[in-house]
Structure formats: structure tokens, C-alpha cells
Write a protein that binds this ligand. Structure first.
Ligand code: F6R
Length: 612
């Protein structure tokens, strides 16, 4: 999604803006642009479609736009094609106001007609341009005042960065539903849609609240609520180190993040298993024993991989904790008329904490009177602030668009929740708890072992990288793991793939199996191994080639049926998705690599989807 960065201080702004935009590249974009205030009553703007490198060339790495205050933007097109002209910033016809925007102005047609009637000329196909023209229309020498009047008329979701030619060191930021942060040092100040853009300069950041307007000047940040009252928002200290947001010698962020998983699993489990190893303690998330005891049903919402982490959790919660669980796509939650009962805990899973559909689901759940637990990675994000309880996933910054480590951290956090709830199930005895917790603690070491043995995965990727279509099959928890594996493959390699419950193929999809079709069978659950073996036979009979991912103790069963067999160490059945994910992420990675794809920034995708 779009990225915003702003700087005001005593250094040249354009190189700082370009650096910030580079840090935001991972979010996905198709054009970029910068406006710098010349300090002499003019705004200097450059925009370029395509990669940020085009903008860097056009501005000679920022040196042609001289000035110490400015705003920059990476655009992910919604209204209007990704052309130079539609790229942000959008400068009003007077040349005096320039803005960058993330989100959608839902009533832009109406506002545009209103402004056209007043003789305003438009230069782009975007919804954003109405905002710059509207602020310009109201501008009478006081930017804050003009912004307030314009914002009053806007409907939709937006994060805005605004500069005016005649206010040479001021940036105004506005936030309604789109993520936006501000920060300041002694002689400078920053605005950004994501901490990674400014982490190099400051670590104490202010997360703006909905409907806040912020005035940013060198050395100061002043936030106002929608009634114009000054707000005292406490800065949050970001403890991510800059190294963690860089590639550290790996060819791609995704590969680095895949290899970080043993550390991420350790960090997500740390302090949440009691010293005696016999119990889970989630009090840090606000989940006391009394609260956990009162939970009768769990309703999970999330999007994409976060939804898949929810599907894993459903199997765990129902089979181990014996608690009813429903999983709904966050984008459908509001339209599914959820039936909530007393004792329902809604769990919103999100890496970014800013996914628009997940925020909407959270608000819907709260409006139904349900308590909400956020399982979130980004501290201070909207979802973490609006939920009743927050269980952080501690994955650190995830830069690759396709998630790997954040997904595993979500599964690990949800596993802890399932075990914590199981403690109140009289059917789960102490031995069972000790067994699963014991294996959970060993999991980071096992993950290391899996990641060290990459040769079979590379072999599989080199043999199958040019298949037109891939089917993933599994049953139970293996099916949940297959859903995520299939998404991973298709999003970064652009190979069409689908995940099916093993028993379901024969109800229709088996007609698509033909000689050479690749079927990836996920088979780590011993109880279901024979069933999945039968499903493998069904597809092999029809000419499919089979890549089997299984455990060491089941490997013998698949030696004949799998064309390539990848094994992972044995662990407790409940935990198998955490190990299955690793070779399957690597398979997607090496398949995409063999296909020459842009792995960290797959086409059309955005890291944080802040529009509904
Ligand atoms: C897939 C992926 C997406 C996200 C989804 C939710 O690799 O990254 O499917 O999982 O967009 O994002 P968050 O977790 O930020 O809410």
C-alpha cells in the first residue's frame, strides 16, 4: 500500500525522503514522488512511475530538489493508472499546496464536481487530487485552518501529509484509519506511515489517533483531536534494531526472514511458559486465569496468512482445548452476521496491526459486546491499541511482502493460547500438557535443524519450478498447513496453486489432475497418514507427480508414493504446522527464484493492506 514520509529540519529534505521511501518499498508500490519546499515561496515536485530508482535518477538522488522541508510518497494505485501524472504528491492548481495520501476518499466524485463548478481545474484521475484542490480552495494563509475545513468534508479513510509553499518549515499530517506516525529530534521532525522509514533518525514515535491532525515543525510535533484540542500522545519507543530491517547478507529479505524463524519462535515463547515447564502464562497480554476460565468459544478473524494461522488454531483449540472455534475472513466478518454468545473471545490476528479489513472486524466485534484479543506483531499499531488484550508475536520487522516469520510467530502465539485454554479442560491431564509444552520448547532447535537441510527443497524446486499448476493436499492440521503453503507459492512464484483437504479432491478437482501436474502432499499427522496415502495414490494413478512433506517417523510410508520426499523431525502432533511451514516456505522461495520473480516485492501485492 502507499507509503508516506515527511521531513522538516536543517538538512536537505529530498535525500532523507528518498531514503525513507526506500525503506517503505517493501509495502508494494507502482510509482513515487517528492515535493520539497524551496524556502522561497515555491514547491518543487518530481514524480516517476515504476521503481523508486526512476525517481532517484530524475532528481539526481534528490540533489535537484533543494529545500529542507518536504513530503514523499510511494503509490499503490487504486483510482487511476500508475502513471507519472497520477503519482503523488498532488499539487493544487495554484502550485501552493501539495499533498500525499494513503487510503481512499469515498466522496471524491461529489467533491470534484463541487470544485469543478467553482472553476477548479483537475490534472489527474485520482481521488487524492480533490484533497489538495480543496485545501487550496480554503487556504487563506493558515494551512492548519484550511486543512481542518477540508478534512471536515472528506469521507473515507486517509492518512495525509501536506505542505504549503508559504509555510516553509511546516508539514501537516492527518490520520483517519490509515496508519501515520510522527517523531521529532532537537532540530528536525518526521512524518511516516511506517516506523521503518524513520528508525534511522529516531526511536521514540508518536502513533496518531484516528481523526488527529498533527503540525510538524523542526523540533516539535503538536497533535490535535478532531475538536481542535491539543492531545498529549505518549511516544512509543521502538526497540527493533536497524540491522533487523536490513538484508544482513541474504539475497532477499524473505530468505533472511525464513532463517530467522528459530529466533522468532524463541522470542514468541519466551516468558510465556512457566519455569517448571508445566503451564502457560499469558498475563502479560492481560489474559488472567479468570479471563481464560470464562472463555466458552473463540472466534478468530484475519486476512491471508493470518487467517491461515487462525485455521491452524481452530484445529488446535478444538482438538486439544476442546473449545468451539470459528474462523472467519476479516473481510467477511461484518457480512456474516456473526452470532456471539456470552463467553466468546474474538481473536484478531495481524502482523501489521493496520489491515483495514481486520480493523473493521475488530470494531464490529467490539460493537457486538465481545472482548477482543489482538495477536499482533507491530507495537502501537491500530489493532494493538483498540483491542482489550494484546499478545505480541515478537517476530521483529518483517520486510518481505510475503510473510514467513510473522506467520510462524502467529501460529506459535495461538498454540500458547490453545494450551492455556486447555488447562481448564478437565479432560486434558498433566502428562498431556507436559508433553506438548516440552515439545514446544524444543521447537526452535528443531526449526534450526530443518532449515539446515535445504538440499531436498532445492532439488524439488529445480525439478518442479516450471509447472503450470500445483495442488497442495493435507488433512486436519496438515490441511491448515497446506493452505498457507499454497498461498506462499502462488504469491511469490505466480504459479497457480490451490490447497485442498485430501478427501475433497475427488469431489470435483481431481478432473484437473493430468500427467505432470504437481501435487504437494503435507503428511505430518500420523493418525491421518494412511488416508493421505490413499489420496496420493488417487492422483498418481492419474499421472500426477508427488512431492511429500512428512515427518521422520512417517517417511518410510511415503518412500514409494512420493517422487521426492522431504522430512522434518518428529514433534507433538499439535505443533506439526510450525515445522511443515519451513520447507514449504523454502520451496516457494526457490521456485520463485528459479522463475526469476521479484521475490520480496511480488507484483500487485502490498505488505500492509490499508484499504478495504
Ligand atoms: C501473505 C501475506 C498476507 C497477509 C495479510 C494480512 O504472505 O502476507 O496474506 O497475511 O495481508 O496482513 P496482516 O497480518 O498484516 O494483517
Amino acid at each position: 500500500m502507499c507509503g508516506i514520509v515527511g521531513f522538516t529540519g536543517d538538512a536537505q529534505a529530498a535525500p532523507i525522503l528518498l531514503y525513507g521511501l526506500e525503506r517503505l518499498e517493501y509495502r508494494g508500490y507502482d510509482s513515487a514522488g517528492i515535493t520539497v519546499n524551496s524556502g522561497a515561496g515555491t514547491l518543487l515536485t518530481e514524480k516517476a512511475s515504476g521503481r523508486l530508482a526512476n525517481l532517484a535518477v530524475r532528481t539526481d538522488n534528490g540533489t535537484t530538489l533543494r529545500g529542507t522541508c518536504g513530503i514523499g510518497h510511494t503509490r499503490w494505485a487504486t483510482h487511476g493508472e500508475p502513471t507519472d501524472n497520477n503519482a503523488h504528491p498532488h499539487v493544487a492548481s495554484s502550485g501552493k499546496i501539495s499533498i500525499v495520501h494513503n487510503g481512499i476518499i469515498e466522496n471524491y466524485r461529489k467533491l470534484k464536481d463541487w470544485l469543478l463548478d467553482k472553476g477548479v481545474k483537475f490534472h489527474s484521475e485520482t481521488d487524492t487530487e480533490v484533497v489538495s484542490q480543496l485545501i487550496d480552495y480554503y487556504y487563506e494563509g493558515d494551512l492548519l485552518n484550511a486543512v481542518r475545513k477540508a478534512v471536515y468534508k472528506l469521507e473515507g479513510s486517509y492518512a495525509l501529509g501536506i505542505v504549503a509553499a508559504d509555510e516553509p518549515s511546516t508539514i501537516i499530517g492527518v490520520r483517519k484509519e490509515g496508519p501515520l506516525i510522527a517523531a521529532y529530534t532537537e532540530d528536525a521532525a518526521y512524518l511516516a506511515s511506517d516506523v521503518t522509514a524513520i528508525l534511522k533518525y529516531c526511536r521514540d514515535v508518536i502513533y496518531l489517533e484516528d481523526d488527529s491532525i498533527v503540525v510538524i515543525k523542526p523540533g516539535s510535533v503538536t497533535c490535535y483531536n478532531k475538536y481542535g484540542k491539543v492531545q498529549n500522545l505518549t511516544p512509543v519507543t521502538i526497540d527493533w534494531d536497524i540491522e533487523a530491517a536490513q538484508k544482513g547478507g541474504y539475497a532477499h529479505y524473505m530468505l533472511k526472514e525464513i532463517y530467522e524463524q528459530p529466533r522468532v519462535l524463541r522470542d514468541t515463547l519466551a516468558g510465556r511458559i512457566t519455569e517448571d515447564g508445566g503451564s502457560v502464562n499469558l498475563s502479560e497480554a492481560g489474559l488472567t486465569r479468570e479471563i481464560l476460565r470464562s472463555v466458552r468459544k473463540v472466534h478468530i478473524v484475519g486476512c491471508g496468512s493470518a487467517y491461515h494461522a487462525g485455521v491452524v488454531a481452530k484445529y488446535q483449540l478444538e482438538s486439544f482445548a476442546r473449545i468451539a472455534c470459528e474462523v472467519t475472513l476479516a473481510s467477511e466478518f461484518r457480512y456474516s452476521s456473526p452470532v456471539v454468545q456470552p463467553g466468546t473471545l474474538c481473536v484478531v490476528i495481524s502482523q501489521s496491526g493496520e489491515t483495514a479489513d481486520s480493523i473493521a472486524a475488530l470494531r464490529e466485534a467490539k460493537s457486538l459486546g465481545v472482548s477482543v484479543l489482538a495477536v499482533v506483531n507491530v507495537r502501537g499499531s491500530t489493532i494493538s491499541r483498540e483491542a482489550d488484550y494484546v499478545l505480541y508475536t515478537n517476530a521483529g520487522p518483517e520486510i518481505a511482502v510475503a510473510t514467513s516469520k510473522a506467520y510462524s510467530a502467529q501460529v506459535a502465539a495461538m498454540t500458547l493460547l490453545a494450551i492455556a485454554l486447555a488447562e481448564f479442560n478437565s479432560g486434558v491431564n498433566r502428562e498431556s500438557l507436559l508433553a506438548v509444552l516440552g515439545d514446544l520448547r524444543k521447537l526452535p532447535d528443531l526449526a534450526e535443524k530443518v532449515l539446515a537441510d535445504v538440499a531436498p527443497v532445492q532439488l524439488a524446486a529445480s525439478r518442479y519450478f516450471n509447472r503450470g499448476s500445483v495442488f497442495f493436499i493435507g488433512r486436519g492440521l496438515d490441511y491448515a498447513a497446506a493452505l498457507e503453503a499454497s498461498l506462499k507459492l502462488k504469491e511469490i512464484s505466480y504459479i497457480h496453486s490451490e490447497a485442498y483437504a485430501g478427501g475433497e479432491l475427488k469431489h470435483g478437482t481431481i478432473s484437473l489432475i493430468e500427467p505432470g501436474t504437481l501435487v504437494v502432499a503435507v503428511a505430518l499427522c500420523s493418525k491421518l497418514a494412511e488416508k493421505i496415502e490413499s489420496n496420493i495414490k488417487e492422483v498418481k494413478t492419474r499421472g500426477a507427480e508427488v512431492l511429500a512433506v512428512t515427518s521422520e517417523s512417517l517417511a518410510g510410508d511415503f518412500a514409494d508414493s512420493g517422487d521426492i520426499v522431504i522430512t522434518v523431525p518428529d514433534t507433538h502432533e499439535l505443533l506439526t504446522p510450525l515445522l511443515a511451514a519451513l520447507p514449504l516456505q523454502l520451496f516457494a522461495y526457490y521456485t520463485a527464484l528459479n522463475n526469476g520473480c521479484d521475490i520480496d516485492k511480488p507484483r500487485n501485492l502490498a505488505k500492509s493492506v490499508t484499504v478495504e
